[in-house]
Write a protein that binds this ligand. Structure first.
Ligand SMILES: NC(=O)c1ccc[n+]([C@@H]2O[C@H](COP(=O)([O-])OP(=O)(O)OC[C@H]3O[C@@H](n4cnc5c(N)ncnc54)[C@H](OP(=O)(O)O)[C@@H]3O)[C@@H](O)[C@H]2O)c1
Length: 324
């Protein structure tokens, strides 16, 4: 495993982090199996993953509790990032709704306290707002709560998770010096953060956490036109009416990607790691064999400039969450 600086914090995080939404259980169908999730977390620690991304909303604390349980057994020095859910439970954030309805001060503190208990730690390494709008930069309250949690020693670093496919909706924050990190969707289909967000983060020393590197599994090549998602799995909606399109696009990517990596998942992760602004990429993992496969992408070899250039033709702008 290779490590990268986490912005200007002086910390180093594993290039491959552990995305822990799926292990929370909610929204990923009924087959989520805690024993398999715990096994995956152990394998991640064995393979020197030191960055774990979770959220209070993932299974209403279940993802945090599983991580807490494994850390109690292993006592490893790792970096846990969690998130405060929006009080109105609305994803993505609406830019018209004031921050006091989404992140009022007492809500931020109450949620942070719950996450501390779920994880069984004294201090959260990184607390992220689970949605963000730059319109909140001019509104009061939220920063006082974050600042107090930091001063009280309950939170070490603070950042935000940016709305899906809206990387520019956090440019003011990224330029402000307030955020230690931003979390954003960046993958072969959506390379848009490389336009303005990534250069700004590099300039300001803001850490970048890349989420959804596989476009929710599409870019792993694991799906066929016949793939069915079980009841309760959000991907039933996410891929509804366009699975054939995903499969066709991935077929076209194969000759280009398999020249430079042993598998599609490895190539998809290497795409993300090829950008120097990126601190860590957090594929969603529920199985030890996926952990093993994904860690292989961290071998120091990024994609060639020629391939990166040709991948630009494969960008596929769309926003499932706004178009529902
Ligand atoms: N708003 C937010 O803040 C937000 C939103 C989304 C995600 N996230 C964070 O980002 C993380 C990653 O996003 P994600 O999990 O939604 O999407 P993702 O990483 O793009 O895709 C996850 C999917 O990829 C599959 N997978 C993982 N490794 C694989 C491999 N080596 N080979 C084949 N398939 C593989 C998983 O399989 P299985 O189904 O078999 O497990 C899962 O279906 C989340 O876990 C969460 O921590 C944050």
């Amino acid at each position: 495993m290779r490590y990268r600086p986490f912005g200007k914090t002086g910390l180093e995080v594993s290039e491959i982090g552990f995305g822990a939404w799926g292990i929370g259980g909610s929204m990923w169908g009924k087959t989520v199996d805690d024993a398999s999730s715990v096994n995956a977390l152990h394998r991640a620690l064995d393979l020197r993953i030191n960055f774990f991304d979770t959220a209070l909303a993932y299974g209403m604390g279940h993802s945090e509790q599983l991580i807490g349980q494994v850390l109690k057994e292993r006592a490893e020095d790792v970096f846990i990032a969690t998130k405060v859910p929006p009080k109105n439970w609305k994803w993505p954030a609406s830019h018209a709704v004031p921050v006091k309805e989404v992140f009022p001060e007492n809500w931020i503190v109450e949620c942070a306290e719950k996450s501390l208990r779920n994880l069984g730690v004294e201090r959260l390494d990184l607390l992220q707002f689970h949605v963000w709008s730059d319109t909140w930069m001019d509104q009061d309250g939220w920063w006082d709560a974050v600042d107090k949690l930091k001063k009280d020693g309950k939170v070490r670093l603070w950042g935000v998770s940016i709305n899906n496919h809206e990387p520019d909706s956090a440019l003011r924050l990224a330029g402000s010096g307030k955020a230690d990190s931003v979390q954003v969707i960046y993958n072969i289909f959506d390379p848009s953060p490389a336009e303005a967000l990534f250069p700004l983060c590099r300039e300001k020393g803001v850490a970048v956490i890349v989420r959804v590197p596989f476009d929710e599994g599409g870019l792993t090549g694991a799906f066929t036109r016949e793939t069915k998602f079980e009841e309760g799995d959000f991907r039933r909606d996410y891929f509804s009416g366009r699975l054939a399109d995903v499969v066709e696009r991935v077929e076209k990517l194969k000759p280009l990607l398999l020249k430079e990596a042993g598998s599609l998942p490895e190539a998809a992760l290497k795409f993300c790691l090829s950008h120097p602004a990126v601190s860590t990429v957090i594929p969603g993992m529920r199985k030890a064999e996926h952990v093993e496969a994904n860690v292989r992408a961290s071998d120091g070899k990024t994609l060639s400039c020629e391939t990166l250039d040709r991948l630009k033709e494969h960008a596929w702008p769309r926003d499932f969450y706004r178009s529902r």
